[in-house]
Design a binder for this molecule. Sequence first.
Ligand SMILES: *Cc1c(COP(=O)(O)O)cnc(C)c1O
Length: 359
Amino acid sequence: MRPRMLASRAATLETRMTPIDLRSDTVTKPTDAMRAAMARAEVGDDVFGEDPTVNRLQATVAELLGKEAGLFVPSGTMANQVCLGTLTRPGDEVVCDAAAHCISFEGGGLAALWGVQPRAVAAPRGILDPADVEAALRPVADHHPRTRVVEIENTHNRGGGAVYPLARVRELSALAARHGLDLYMDGARLWNACAATGTSPAEYAAGATLVSVCLSKGLGAPVGSVLCGSRDHVAAARRLRKRLGGGMRQAGILAAAGLHALEHHRARLTEDHENARRLGQLVAALPGARLLHPIDTNLVFAVFEGQKAAELTRRFAEAGVLGLPEGSRPDLVRFITHLDVSRSDIEEAGRRLARVMGG
Ligand SMILES: *Cc1c(COP(=O)(O)O)cnc(C)c1O
């Protein structure tokens, strides 16, 4: 072991510093008020459609997104897979950007679950260009897979939290409609896109056949996503949720956390964005570091030219700051701000990182 690692490990042991966890916005813990709301929740068997709190959550999110109906599912991954499974049949093609979550981080679900293949389109920061999408659509002929869905991700995870301009979403939905295709929006962080732009969730969702949102990321709930669309599409999605084992019983305990989060943690997402911008300044000032993307929301992607992100994040962790090697290039480290980190945590994270980098 090199002397520097020994020294920083000793410092960690001495001060027993609490790590500042910037690996993901999924690491938040339910607040006391959220736990109280969960404890109070009225519940029933949701597989029978009898959980009043789940029903209220589904109706609340559907209304926010301007859709007829909603469905509570255990994760964003299940939301994506259920939605894409609802809109396709085996042999179909889904057009999405080449770094989309649904083809990067979901265990090959499209292929394994539905027999569907992606038509991956290169897109800067994951934001699709309608001309590229149009060029990727298959001609209708016996030879070709059937293009069925255009999938967009807002905000874009591997794009460093990039936000879709509303006009772009509208162009893509018009294009999909012109070709008789469905638009699906993976809105795991749609709340962040709304907070960053002032666009309402319903405006963003208007052109999408189905849209899903996470409760367990920026909003700080422990579990869950909600997918929304027409009554018929949601009924079909409900069958697939059951097939995947996602039918939960007294899930109102979890839905109560989501309702609490929607009411109390949505407006404050702008704080996470301000904290991310501040963290970006601090990181960009480190020797050898630069930001890969401008900071639109709560994701900070920093490259450390010539260094290995896996090794660097180990050293950052020893100094009390947790980040993740992002994985799309070897020198890219990802930090994400969230409900459980304050502005003073960000300032402290900056000091700790500077100690590691000798800046
Ligand atoms: C996190 C994420 C998901 C999946 O959510 P899980 O709840 O972790 O399964 C889907 N899409 C995007 C864009 C995400 O960032």
